[in-house]
Design a protein around this ligand. Structure first.
Ligand code: FA5
Length: 371
């Protein structure tokens, strides 16, 4: 038997016996690869005399074709068998009954974040994000709180033992305000963003948890002033609570990164064990919930982020999302938000089909409220 016939026969038997795609590939390399036996035969053609080549070439070429075809057929057959097996495995029994209750729910924090984003998107704000593991320059220094600033102590910061490559202390961000700096550095001005996310402070009681959520807002443009801030907050709260008679109380405050600074509260009435927003916060049976801080961006902050503070002014605010959720959807204890208790989630959670839209109303019904 000639060498060509021997290789042909060997290839045929072994291709037929291949069990899987990896086996076929190994055979391809063995016969047709650079160091393969068929390739070696093809290489001998170059050294032959023209007459000899004319005689031998057709047989060698046909061997190559035969092996290649055999491999392709086997590969197709194996792929088809694999698909059949997968399809047989993945069959869906459509006669199974639908589950009697909805499994899983959207956490109120996620729901409220979506609602807030929907309202601000309508006002022309884009969403920006920043890291939860921050350095102290973005979290403090660039926000006009240098190393010795007493406000740093008020933040009950969780620090990491290590510093970053530039020698900056690393920490869990204590607020979403560092995203202001990152967004201004990246986009310059004018800018109009919100930045939702997790923040961390060593703090815990019924209205404070060590991890909570804030949403930052920042507008920088020429001629921006405190009036724009007040209008924005009022417009937001009316849309969020879906009523016109909300009462917003602005109190003078202090934040190193805004000047002047304003804290804002929303008035609510206690009806049974539920808080109902609206009406006047100073009347009997009425109270105020502090929802956030805000103010006109301090020019030193604009300068830290590389903006021309003579040309641009801005306002910023930081809202506590968890407290917004408590006030709108009637929870009393913030700590229960993060216990992961299935009963709480099925009562206060939302259907994933309840997407907030301005046209249909940004509010939704708790799953517990539906049953
Ligand atoms: C700040 O964090 C400022 N960065 C807000 C700000 C942004 C001011 C932009 C000016 C300009 P403050 O520490 O007050 O401020 O927190 C803001 C809101 O977060 C509070 O009003 C409250 O609603 C919420 N909050 C604060 N601490 C907690 C906590 N431990 N648990 C839950 N919510 C909290």
């Amino acid at each position: 038997m000639s060498e060509i016939q021997q290789i042909a026969q060997d290839a045929q038997t072994r291709i037929a016996a291949a069990q899987d795609l990896a086996g076929v590939e190994a055979l391809r390399v063995e016969f047709l690869g650079k160091q393969g036996s068929v390739s070696a035969l093809l290489k001998t053609l170059g050294k032959m005399s023209p007459e000899e080549r004319q005689e031998k070439a057709p047989a060698i070429q046909s061997l190559r074709q035969q092996v290649a075809d055999g491999l392709a057929q086997k590969k197709a057959a194996l792929e088809e068998a694999e698909l059949d097996a997968r399809l047989a495995n993945e069959t869906l029994d459509l006669t199974l009954p639908a589950p009697s209750a909805l499994r899983g729910s959207v956490h109120p924090v996620s729901q409220v974040m979506d609602e807030v984003a929907e309202i601000f998107a309508d006002l022309g704000f884009a969403v920006a994000t920043g890291p939860e593991i921050e350095n102290d320059w973005h979290n403090f220094t660039a926000l006009n709180m240098d190393e010795s600033h007493p406000a740093r102590a008020m933040h009950d910061t969780f620090y990491f033992p290590d510093e970053d490559s530039q020698g900056r202390k690393m920490l869990l961000r204590t607020h979403t305000s560092p995203v202001q700096i990152r967004a201004m550095q990246a986009q310059g001005a004018p800018i109009r963003i919100i930045a939702p996310g997790r923040v961390y402070r060593s703090d815990s009681d019924a209205t404070h948890t060590p991890m909570f959520h804030q949403i930052e807002g920042l507008v920088v443009d020429e001629g921006t002033h405190l009036g724009h801030l007040k209008w924005t907050l009022e417009t937001f709260f009316k849309a969020f609570f879906e009523r016109e008679d909300i009462t917003l109380r602005l109190r003078p405050s202090y934040f190193p990164f805004t000047e002047p600074s304003v804290e804002f509260d929303v008035g609510y009435a206690n009806e049974g064990d539920r808080r109902v927003v609206g009406g006047h916060g100073d009347a009997d049976g009425h109270d105020w919930m502090e929802l956030g801080g805000s103010g006109v961006v301090n020019r030193r902050v604009l300068e830290s982020a590389g903006l021309d503070a003579d040309k641009y002014q801005g306002f910023a605010f930081g809202l506590g999302i968890d407290r917004l959720a408590m006030l709108k959807y009637g929870m009393n204890d913030l700590r229960a938000f993060f216990d992961g208790d299935g009963r709480w989630l099925s009562h206060y959670g939302f259907s994933h089909l309840d997407q907030p839209t301005l046209s249909a109303g940004v509010g939704a019904q708790n799953l517990g409220g539906k049953s």
